[in-house]
Design a protein around this ligand. Structure first.
Ligand SMILES: [Zn+2]
Length: 419
């Protein structure tokens, strides 16, 4: 086992450079966060995309903007519609180098325009603002780590594919193909820049996440004159919802949550439409399959009711990312590298999901909370810890150095995926 506790000359150089870049990183992140990029604010996303492309053009890499895939959603009338968003930003460098890394991050936020626009200095080493931690700060330190790595002598040994997505917060439906493609193009290790927790802890195992929309059609009728001719979609939906919620507690780690029921109308009409919208989480592939089978069974029961038919949309768009041997080996290498910087990094399992799930599903072990340190994300109290920019950028730069010179064996870690 190679000793990871010492800093090499290249490690020292990267640390020095990144410490000096701290203020620059923070101002760049503030700049990016001042543009609203709520997931559905296509105009804002299309404004930031070329700015990001420009910034990443300083790398020794090729940058291109690719249209995202149109994706379908079920509207309030129960019909599927195609939705379009902004570009997927692809950055590609040295695809023939012996070590290959896939990196990812998103440039959308959960905040629609007008909901959270100001950046405030909280005066205690924290900044409050939309997307500072989740994850414009992450994109910033990804780039800085790569610039620091490329300034050193190991550059030719490592190539990378970066995917920056406009739709992570709504499920990566427009960009999952690009993520999978980049991960499958020979990557040994994945690095994603979600914020780490405010304790400094990083994400370990992650559950898988599914979203479903079940559309049920009945038959409308006058509720007074001909109730018996009607078939209530809401009654069928009600039974379905009880069945779905009844799955909770039946299998370890599997949860189902019905978030909304749409449909129906005036009380004098038997309702002919109901849409049941729900999410599911599962800790591993077998549990996800169990959940899918149970949901399909309940759907079949609902549509077996007299006069009811329906359709079914959705699935596990983020497959589970359990701690397997490869993940464990990678976490150990990251923790040892952190230790060389005086950090004690721990990995905690979480029910939350991110692009790391998709990269894992494409067969690439990855660490997905390499971003800045932050808290209260997805709320107007979101904050970022300013000292963490240099700290976490340095962690990434060291990981790149170590993957490039073999102190961390990327191919060896990836080979553990199949065990
Ligand atoms: Zn995020």
């Amino acid at each position: 086992m190679i000793d990871l506790s010492n800093l090499s000359r290249e490690d020292e150089a990267a640390r020095e450079r990144l410490n000096a870049r701290s203020a620059g990183m923070i101002s760049q992140t503030r700049n990016w966060a001042s543009i609203n990029t709520g997931s559905l604010n296509v105009e804002g996303l299309r404004k930031l995309a070329p700015m990001l492309a420009d910034a990443f053009s300083e790398l020794d890499a090729e940058v291109r903007l690719e249209p995202g895939d149109p994706f379908e959603s079920v509207n309030a009338a129960g019909e599927t519609e195609a939705t379009e968003t902004s570009a997927v930003i692809r950055v590609s460098s040295r695809p023939n180098a012996p070590v290959q890394v896939v990196m990812s991050g998103h440039y959308d936020t959960v905040f629609p325009p007008g909901t959270f626009d100001t950046i405030r200095d909280l005066g205690d080493g924290r900044l409050n603002g939309p997307g500072l931690a989740d994850m414009k700060g992450g994109l910033c330190i990804m780039r800085e780590a790569l610039l620091a790595f490329e300034a050193g002598p190991l550059k030719d040994k490592l190539g990378y594919q970066i995917v920056m997505t406009p739709d992570e917060e709504i499920g990566n439906f427009a960009s999952s193909r690009a993520l999978t493609e980049a991960a499958r193009s020979g990557a040994h290790i994945g690095m994603t820049y979600e914020p780490c927790m405010d304790t400094g802890a990083m994400a370990g195992g992650r559950k898988g996440s599914a979203v479903f929309d079940i559309v049920l059609h009945g038959r409308a009728a006058h509720a007074g004159r001909a109730k018996e001719e009607g078939r209530s979609a809401i009654e069928a939906a009600a039974e379905l919802v009880l069945g779905l919620e009844g799955l909770n507690g039946q299998r370890d780690g599997v949860t189902i949550n019905v978030g909304a029921i749409d449909g129906g109308g005036p009380v004098n009409i038997v309702p002919q439409l109901a849409i049941v919208r729900f999410g599911a989480r599962a800790p591993d592939a077998e549990a996800a399959q169990w959940a899918k089978d149970e949901i399909e069974r309940l759907f079949a029961r609902a549509t077996a009711r007299d006069g009811i038919h329906g359709h079914f949309h959705g699935g596990f768009y983020r497959p589970p990312k359990p701690r397997n041997a490869a993940q464990q080996a990678l976490f150990e290498a990251v923790a040892a590298t952190g230790k060389a910087l005086g950090l004690s990094l721990v990995f905690e399992d979480t029910g939350g999901v991110c692009e790391g799930n998709n990269i894992f599903a494409a067969g690439v072990p990855n660490v997905d909370t390499l971003g800045v340190m932050g808290g209260r994300i997805h709320s107007n109290e979101e904050y970022v810890v300013t000292d963490s920019f240099a700290e976490r950028a340095t962690l990434s730069a060291l990981l790149l150095n170590r993957l490039a010179d073999g102190r961390i064996n990327g191919a060896g870690i990836k080979a553990l995926m199949d065990r």
